[in-house]
Design a protein around this ligand. Structure first.
Ligand code: PEP
Ligand code: MN
Length: 337
């Protein structure tokens, strides 16, 4: 349920609506909007009678929200959410009229490796450096990441290059330290329904990029984002990274249909990860171009200077030269970077 106020409504009018919501044991969530002020009703178990609010001064309309996800939905929040990193001339806006490039290796392997790749992607036009310090690997015998040392290297990358950092929190325990070091907390596909982690990320003061589970429907994905928002974190980015299908010509299938669907259903910024969708280098650039043409807000791309020696996801990592090519191609498409 969304209670839309008149433009002229006073703070007193708003307080009275909030009080009435809370008197019923529900939660009131004021939604800042351009023109109109609205208040969402959350945590109601059954339907809410609009008549409860229509008689209050300043109330213009009461709109039922039909979706199971509320805070995530465009019904509740009609304007696109813009997430800003940094301040002043160095600020980066995600969800605005531009496409933000986030690039780097799958995993942070050493300071030299990270810095070399960071300089290369920065020169090409990336605004964020990606790299896992805690890696969720299919095999327990595979490289699991450098942990805290990896985060320290990421901090060094930020200091030396000015790139913002995005890195994964693999469980709620490491979320504390990841939050401390990173600019955006990444939640991986395997953790999309790790509710304890989602709640913890919802309490974080940093934006959260939530990857779609490789098996998840859109409803499940958007409900997972709702978990984060329901804890108070409004800065969530939705990331499509490919889903499992029967095909063998790629690691996953990039669900391009999901992009207009998410755009319609949600106000949150949309990021696409063509690297994990493809699983192979030769498909990354075409997929990136396709979704750029669809107007996504960000691309998350794996880049490595020596992919053949990479400790994870080498086959899908672009060479820096290819990342440059991708960026040049996006500029030719008149994509605003
Ligand atoms: C990653 O970004 O390196 C990663 C592990 O992604 P995903 O969770 O999509 O597999
Ligand atoms: Mn990877």
């Amino acid at each position: 349920m969304l209670i839309v106020m008149h433009k002229e409504a006073t703070q007193q009018d708003l307080d009275a609506v909030i009080k009435r919501i809370e008197d019923h044991g529900w939660e009131a969530k004021p939604i800042p909007g351009g023109e109109r002020i609205a208040i969402g009703v959350l945590r109601n178990k059954g339907p809410v009678d609009p008549a409860l609010f229509l008689d209050l001064p300043g109330v213009r309309d009461v709109i039922p929200v039909s979706k199971p996800y509320k805070l995530v939905s465009r019904e509740m929040h009609s304007n696109d959410t813009v997430i800003t990193l940094g301040q002043g001339k160095d600020a980066v806006e995600i969800g605005s009229q531009n496409l933000v490039l986030m690039a780097g290796p799958c995993a942070v392997e050493s300071e030299n490796q990270a810095l070399e790749i960071a300089h290369a992607v920065k020169e090409a036009g990336a605004k964020l450096f990606r790299g896992g310090a805690f890696k969720p690997r299919s095999s327990p015998y595979s490289f699991q990441g450098l942990g805290k040392k990896g985060l320290e290297i990421l901090a060094r990358v930020r200091e030396e290059t000015g790139l913002f950092i995005i890195t994964e929190a693999t469980d709620h325990e490491v979320c504390d330290i990841v939050e401390e070091y990173t600019d955006i907390i990444q939640i991986g596909t395997r953790n999309m329904q790790n509710y304890r982690l989602l709640r913890r990320a919802g309490q974080a003061k940093k934006p959260v990029l939530l990857k779609r589970g490789m098996w998840a429907t859109m409803d499940e994905f958007l409900m997972a984002a709702e978990y984060i928002m329901s804890e108070g974190n409004d800065k969530v980015l939705l990331c499509e990274r490919g889903i499992r299908t029967f095909t063998r010509h790629s690691r996953n299938t990039l669900d391009v249909n999901a992009i207009p669907y998410m755009r319609k259903e949600s106000h949150l910024p949309i990021v696409v990860d063509p690297s994990h969708a493809a699983g192979r280098r030769d498909q990354v650039i075409p997929l990136a171009r396709a979704v750029a043409a669809m107007g996504v807000d960000g691309l998350l791309i794996e880049v490595h200077t020596q992919p053949e020696k990479a400790l994870s996801d080498g086959p899908q990592s672009l060479y820096p030269r290819q990342f440059h090519e991708l960026v040049a191609g996006l500029k030719d498409m008149n994509i605003n970077l």
